[in-house]
Design a binder for this molecule. Structure first.
Ligand code: FAD
Length: 446
């Protein structure tokens, strides 16, 4: 039992009042805020760090998944809308690689430069008219009734503040805002087992000629070393070149608590332990790569990601929970808000399990509006990796592509709910779909 200290009641300055308040600046929050602001709604996005991009920058991913699908053997981009605008901006900053194939020719992903992503996202939100508030850590809510949020409370170097709002979008990845507002949620597989997190790092100073297709041989070298007694954090590692091939990204760690469970992204003590353990693993695996892979002899770690990369924490209870069967069966929904093509990628203890849409299938599923509509609270939408999905469904639809889709739909739905004065679950879906299509979203995938 943790000891309790009672604080005095206090008056909290109101930093501002906005029609739409978005918590979190990852792909879901970026898309939600941009889409809402473009409808003419006064919109604020609060982010705890000093830059946008979410895990894509803060956890060092430098790679988009889920934008593309393997459509009956043909690879194409199926996520459109704001995701494309980010890609265009990255392209103009020379920060976007061509899509690359993984697992032979099963699916495409697309690498980007992390600094370019931060700038592209800044510029996109500024052009849309979003007020972005950095270094603002969401800390709670003030409710006006059991079903309505009045204000988001946050902590900052200027002290504790409040932002009043009409409609709130939780894009925190962890479902923070929804949890504070009393929305029920689940963590992991219901027995507390979450997807394992990883600390990402980037390697610079690689000789690309000598390294060749080292992304194919590094895993084999690690397997060989394990046969002679060496131990690595996990199988299923990814080490791949960035646009400038002297730089490679490394997704090779897996951060477990001493008892073997996944470090929880919503547990302060575990996160503190996990940051140190993640960096220790980066050092250990990098030393092996440098010593064994051709072309890496003069390489060095140019950056360990600012934070441990968290794949899963809370997933809220919404009007519908997207499942693994929906992903693998390429499901259609009458309330579709867009599509995504990533398979199920489950980070289990010591390994990564992949489950794929059937070969020769359409290769993508639709995402229903109901998965971003929480139960219990009327003026809230929850977009991104904390949306309403089963543990297995989230193992797919948590990646960047579907998070952009959910975010953009949340932004437009916020406008519709405010205009109609209705609860988010009562938004007219046909109008939402028409508005999304008009804004370039691939709503049905056809
Ligand atoms: C190690 C790792 C590797 C991955 N690899 C890939 C990959 O290659 N490609 C891919 O597409 N996806 C990958 N993913 C998954 C993907 O990046 C994330 O699931 C995706 O970014 C989720 O988007 P989001 O907008 O829901 O949340 P996030 O990207 O997590 O963004 C949430 C944002 O909210 C902010 N925030 C959270 N709480 C608060 C608060 N209380 N107050 C203020 N701000 C807050 C955070 O700082 C963050 O900026 C990976 C994930 C991990 C962890």
């Amino acid at each position: 039992m943790i000891a309790i200290l009672r604080e005095d009641a206090r008056d909290t300055p109101v930093h501002g009042e906005y029609e739409v308040v978005v918590l979190g600046g990852g792909p879901a929050g970026i898309a939600a805020a941009a889409a809402a602001a473009r409808t003419g709604r006064s919109t604020i996005l609060l982010e705890r760090y000093g830059f946008l991009g979410g895990a894509g920058t803060a956890a060092g991913l430098s790679n988009f998944c889920g934008l593309h699908a393997n459509v009956r053997g043909e690879h194409r981009q199926v996520v459109r809308g704001i995701a494309c605008e980010i890609q265009d901006r990255l392209q103009s900053l020379s920060g976007l690689s061509e899509p690359h194939l993984i697992f032979g020719n099963r699916i495409q992903a697309q690498a980007y430069d992390i600094s370019a992503y931060k700038i592209a996202a800044d510029e996109l939100l500024a052009a849309a008219g979003v007020k972005t508030l950095f270094h603002a850590l969401g800390a709670g809510v003030a409710m006006e009734s059991e079903r309505r949020i009045a204000a988001l409370l946050f902590e900052s170097k200027s002290g504790r503040r409040a932002v009043r709002g009409g409609l709130f979008v939780d894009a925190s990845g962890d479902g923070d805002l929804a949890a504070w507002a009393g929305v029920p949620y689940e963590v992991g597989d219901g027995k507390g087992n979450m997807l394992y997190p990883s600390t990402m790092f980037r390697i610079n100073g690689v000789d690309p000629e000598k390294a060749g297709r080292a992304w194919e041989s590094i895993a084999t070298r690690m397997d060989d070393a394990e046969r002679t007694g060496r131990r690595f954090p996990r199988k299923g590692i990814i080490v791949r070149p960035q646009k400038n091939p002297i730089e490679w990204r490394a997704n090779v760690t897996q951060v477990r608590n001493p008892d073997g469970t996944a470090v929880s992204g919503v547990d302060l003590e575990q996160m503190s332990y996990g940051e140190v353990e993640g960096r220790r693993q980066c050092k250990e695996v990098f030393e092996f790569i440098r010593a064994s892979a051709p072309g890496f002899e003069r390489s060095y770690i140019v950056e360990i990601a600012p934070q441990l990369g968290i794949r899963e924490t809370r997933r809220i209870a919404g009007e519908y929970a997207l499942s693994e069967a929906d992903i693998l069966g390429c499901a259609d929904f009458s309330d579709t808000i867009g599509v995504q093509g990533w398979p199920v990628e489950q980070h289990a203890e010591g390994r990564v399990d992949w489950r794929w849409q059937e070969a020769g299938s359409r290769g993508y599923n639709q995402l229903p509006y109901r998965m971003i509509v929480p139960t219990r609270v009327d003026n809230l939408l929850v977009a991104g990796r904390c949306a309403s999905m089963t543990h297995d469904g989230q193992s797919s639809a948590r990646v960047s592509g579907p998070c952009f889709v959910m975010g953009q739909a949340a932004g437009i739905a916020a406008d519709l709910a405010l205009a109609a004065g209705c609860a988010t679950r009562m938004v007219d879906v046909a109008t939402l779909q028409r508005r999304l299509a008009a804004d370039g979203v691939n709503v049905s995938g056809d």
